[in-house]
Design a binder for this molecule. Structure first.
Ligand code: C2E
Ligand code: MG
Ligand code: MG
Length: 484
């Protein structure tokens, strides 16, 4: 920001990484070391010990000054909060403008933050792009929120350094003591967990640590390892849910639905692990297995005399980005010997809209071969309908959220009717997801919906149970399946 006191680059050079000095309002809290002793910037200098902090105090980078203050506050029985503030684009700025500018920038940000310190508050730089702020006596969430907003508001903005202008903003994580933890290393970890939340899709620039956050993170770490191991140990399973003809109540095929079986024999449903598998890229090898396994299963059923069956497989856009995806689908179909038109790939509407070029590119070849392509969860993905004209879609699957309110809710019922009519105009098949009651089934027949899928007809089943479903035999009619 303009109008800031000028700092020369020499100042930055003096802030070498082994300078250890924390700033506090109280002079006695300022701990100069050899290298800063005698410096004219003593009281204004920040801790720069991040490179060696871990070695020095053996406590996950908790600076000794922070440690010391925390210990004293604990002895005095005073509450407080430990905040970790990170500059978001620091690395980009450093790469763009060089390390010296980066150091000066951190000093400027530190200068701004320092103005908010009171009493035994402490400010220390703990990493290239991070500060720790110890707030003495503060534990009230409302007050801490105000302080967090002020700290972030004050360091956010445009800085001009050596005539170069750069925009800077930050995120902040807060852990309170003694309520969250009293042990310094734990407090630091918890503040970082809260900080992590601000960059994990939350719109909030600051977050308080909560035990829920810790659980989420532990689940994420556990799940990431579980996904890797399950892939290696072949612990993924496909369950198959019948897709049926609504008018004749005949089973037309199945949707393959992925499950993960843990070593402890717990079955984990895909909503819990697909997003992480996508994030980690593991959905690519997992999805490859799914396509092949589903094609093999279909072939087996067809060989057992169920020629009418088709198979639907869910795909994620992350898989489509893999350049081998198309070739692997073709290989799976060719190797198992099913017909291309017996395979339907489902992609969620929201993802089609978001990744349209990728979807088009991947599906054009498959489309030309005869593979069918369905729009899954239709009606929830901000329906930017232009995409409907871009590819040769075969099926629209109406999201089960609409069906849940049918036929009691007039609006939802009208939306379902409108989707069925629109699909008819476009020459697309319609599948209603989540058909649970006979009343829904009757409404769908009257509305002209072709296919259904839902617990009211049958739940997803392991392959061995699928052929035993009574619904697979003609003329068994509507059957409410209650087993899980
Ligand atoms: P989806 O593709 O929309 O699959 C339908 C989901 O609705 C399944 O949940 C199914 O069990 C559930 N369902 C079906 N009928 C009913 C009903 O009558 N009532 C209720 N309440 N639910 C019903 P599931 O198996 O938990 O799968 C959730 C989602 O995970 C799927 O939604 C799909 O988006 C994703 N998924 C599943 N398998 C795969 C896969 O192999 N690859 C990818 N990328 N995603 C998958
Ligand atoms: Mg689906
Ligand atoms: Mg769906």
């Amino acid at each position: 920001m303009q109008g800031q006191p000028h700092h020369s680059l020499n100042d930055a050079r003096q802030l070498r990484s082994d300078n250890v000095i924390a700033f506090s309002r109280r002079a006695r809290r300022t701990v100069p070391t050899e290298s800063t002793r005698g410096s004219t910037h003593q009281t204004a200098t920040l801790i720069q010990l991040w490179e060696k902090a871990g070695e020095r105090d053996g406590l996950n980078g908790v600076p000794p000054q922070v440690l010391e203050t925390l210990e004293r506050l604990e002895q005095e029985g005073r509450p407080g909060a430990l905040c970790v503030l990170r500059l978001n684009e620091y690395r980009l700025l450093e790469e763009t403008f060089g390390r010296r500018i980066g150091l000066v920038l951190m000093q400027r940000v530190g200068d701004r933050l320092r103005q908010h310190l009171r009493g035994d508050d402490l400010l220390a730089q703990i990493a290239e792009d991070e500060f720790v702020i110890l707030l003495d006596g503060q534990q009230d969430n409302t007050l801490l929120s105000h302080i967090a907003e002020r700290l972030l508001g004050d360091c956010t903005g445009t800085y001009t350094l050596e005539g170069l202008r750069m925009h800077v903003n930050g995120n902040l994580g807060i852990a309170r003591f003694p309520q969250d933890a009293t042990e310094p290393a734990l407090l630091m970890r918890f503040a970082r967990i809260a900080l992590h939340e601000t960059t994990a899709g939350s719109p909030m620039p600051y977050h308080f640590f909560t035990s829920r956050l810790l659980k989420q993170l532990q689940e994420r770490v556990w799940l990431a390892a579980e996904l890797e191991q399950a892939l290696a140990a072949d612990r993924f399973e496909l369950h198959y849910q019948p897709l049926f003809d609504i008018a004749t109540q005949r089973t037309l095929g199945a949707e393959a639905l992925l499950r993960l079986r843990t070593e402890e024999d717990e079955l984990i449903l895909p909503d819990r692990f697909i997003p992480l598998a996508e994030e980690l890229g593991l959905i690519v090898p997992i999805g490859r297995w799914v396509v092949r396994e589903a094609c093999q299963q279909l072939k087996q059923w067809q060989q057992q005399g169920h020629d009418q069956l088709r198979i639907a497989v869910n795909v994620s856009p992350v898989q489509l980005a893999d350049e081998d995806f198309v070739a692997q689908v073709i290989e799976a179909v060719e190797d198992t010997g099913i017909a291309y038109s017996d395979l339907e790939l489902e992609i969620t509407e929201g993802q089609i809209v978001e990744y349209l070029p990728l979807v088009e590119q991947a599906f054009q070849t498959l489309n030309a071969k005869g593979v069918r392509i369905a729009i899954d969860d239709f009606g929830t993905g901000y329906s930017a309908l232009a995409y409907l004209t871009r590819l040769h879609w075969s099926t629209v699957k109406i999201d089960r959220a609409f069906l849940a309110a049918v036929p009691d809710d007039a609006n939802a019922t009208q939306v379902v009717s409108a989707i069925i009519a629109m699909a008819g105009e476009l020459g697309l098949q319609v599948t209603a997801e989540g058909v649970e009651t006979e009343a829904q089934s009757r409404f769908l027949v009257a509305a002209g919906c072709h296919k259904g899928q839902g617990f009211g007809y049958a739940r997803p089943q392991p392959a061995v149970d699928f052929l035993r479903l009574p619904q697979l035999r003609e003329g068994t009619g509507w059957h409410r399946d209650t087993q899980d």
